[in-house]
Design a protein around this ligand. Structure first.
Ligand code: FAD
Length: 390
């Protein structure tokens, strides 16, 4: 038997596992890693209040590694500075800020120029600018182990799976019904992989590193979870490439010409990549969905379920987990909006409108998934060998 468990075409997609690994490792991963460090893509606007509509008793996690380091006020242009919302200046200081994590502070008032504010029908958050929004530097707040676990975390995943995206029955042939479950399961796999890849190995020494056993226990030993990760990756990749005309023409101007040119060049290399186009021109074929008579009804039902999942993010009892949960759910919501709100390829006469924050979420989500795919690829053979050696 092949030492790799994953061969053939990714279920319901249009590319095979080997191609995804090859194109991700050689092209997508390096481009995305560069892209998410540019000023345009590293700041995310988010409402971090724990505003849970389902379990009002759920307090915020008090663990140190759960805290989000907000961007210092000085890092933002005058027009984006908010009244301190009753917080003392000290509270805004970076809790994790280390000198080596310092980033350039050359953003100016052009930072949000040219971007409209529109509602995303797939999520519940009101994304328009308001006093409750915080700007977070994602590079200072990596998605990693936070210690958030137990009934609070379990309750969220249970509610997501049992109420909002039930696992489809085996033998289910309706592809639409499978999509939401597979997307969420793929995202869940990715979150677990990042927890295991950046784990607090020794608390006393503050030593962080990979926990391969955890990665195996939570994801690698379940082929279905790995397959769903690949599915989610291809789904989001398809959304990004489908919106290529829009994304190419968008403004990436943050007032730092060198960095902005870099962002623009990397985005172009991602959207019009000859290697990607040759290897996997249509990563996922959304045109096959919603064709049947019940198509529109199913779409509405899935949209409602996805909105519920988005609302559940306000119940995540750990700030940093909530930040990445919200970002990635908005990223998935944006992918759904691109794939299911527009017929065929996006053209200028059609009405795809994306917010700056949606584009940031989409690209950062794709990067997270791309990192997870790379980690799975790197870790799987190690495990295959270990298992064979036993
Ligand atoms: P969990 O990951 O909680 O899984 C619960 C159950 O879901 C499992 O027992 C299994 O039955 C099922 N399941 C697990 N994986 C899959 C899958 N891929 N597909 C389908 N079903 C699956 N913790 C951190 O340390 N850092 C974070 O950044 C972080 N972010 C989070 C974001 C969100 C939105 C949520 C809800 C939780 C987050 N957590 C985070 C907590 C973390 O996801 C786990 O809940 C926690 O580590 C406890 O893990 P567990 O082993 O109990 O299983």
């Amino acid at each position: 038997q092949d030492s790799r468990k994953y061969t053939g075409i990714v279920e319901d997609c249009c590319c095979d596992y080997e191609t995804v690994d090859a194109i991700n490792g050689a092209v997508l991963h390096p481009l995305l890693q560069g892209l998410v460090t540019t000023p345009f893509f590293r700041y995310f606007k988010v409402k971090l209040w724990c505003d849970c509509p389902f379990w009002p008793d759920d307090g915020m996690c008090k663990l140190r590694d759960c805290s989000v380091c907000e961007c210092p006020e000085t890092e933002f242009p005058e027009s984006f500075r908010r009244p301190p919302l009753g917080l003392a200046a000290d509270d805004l200081k970076c809790q994790e800020g280390k000198p080596e994590a310092a980033v350039d502070r050359t953003l100016d008032s052009k930072v949000f120029r040219g971007w409209i504010e529109v509602d995303n029908p797939w999520t519940v958050d009101d994304e328009t600018d308001n006093g409750e929004m915080t700007y977070v530097n994602l590079l200072l707040n990596p998605e990693r182990f936070t210690g958030y676990t137990g009934p609070s975390a379990r309750r969220i995943w249970d509610a997501i799976y049992s109420e909002n995206c039930p696992k489809y029955a085996s033998g289910e042939i309706c592809q639409e019904k499978k999509v939401l479950y597979k997307l969420i399961s793929g995202l869940h796999s990715s979150i677990s992989i990042h927890i295991a890849a950046d784990y607090l190995l020794d608390e006393t020494k503050n030593q962080w590193g990979t926990n391969p056993d955890l990665m195996y226990d939570r994801v690698l030993q379940y082929p279905e979870r790995v397959r769903n990760l690949y599915f989610t990756f291809l789904f989001v990749l398809r959304a990004v490439t489908k919106a290529k005309d829009y994304l190419e023409q968008a403004e990436y101007d943050t007032g730092n010409p060198e960095e902005d040119l870099k962002a623009q060049s990397l985005i172009r290399q991602l959207l019009y990549n000859p290697k990607l186009q040759a290897a996997c021109p249509v990563p996922f074929d959304e045109a096959k969905l919603w064709k049947g008579q019940s198509g529109p009804e199913l779409k509405q039902q899935i949209q409602k379920q996805f909105r519920n999942i988005s609302a559940l993010m306000d119940c995540v009892g750990c700030e940093k987990c909530r930040l990445w949960g919200k970002l990635q759910v908005l990223g998935l919501g944006t992918a759904l909006k691109i794939l299911f709100s527009v017929d065929g390829e996006y053209r200028q006469d059609q009405h795809l409108q994306l917010q700056r924050n949606e584009v940031i979420a989409l690209v950062n989500l794709l990067n997270r998934l791309s990192e997870s795919i790379k980690l799975v690829q790197e870790m799987s053979p190690t495990y295959e060998k270990t298992m064979k050696g036993l």
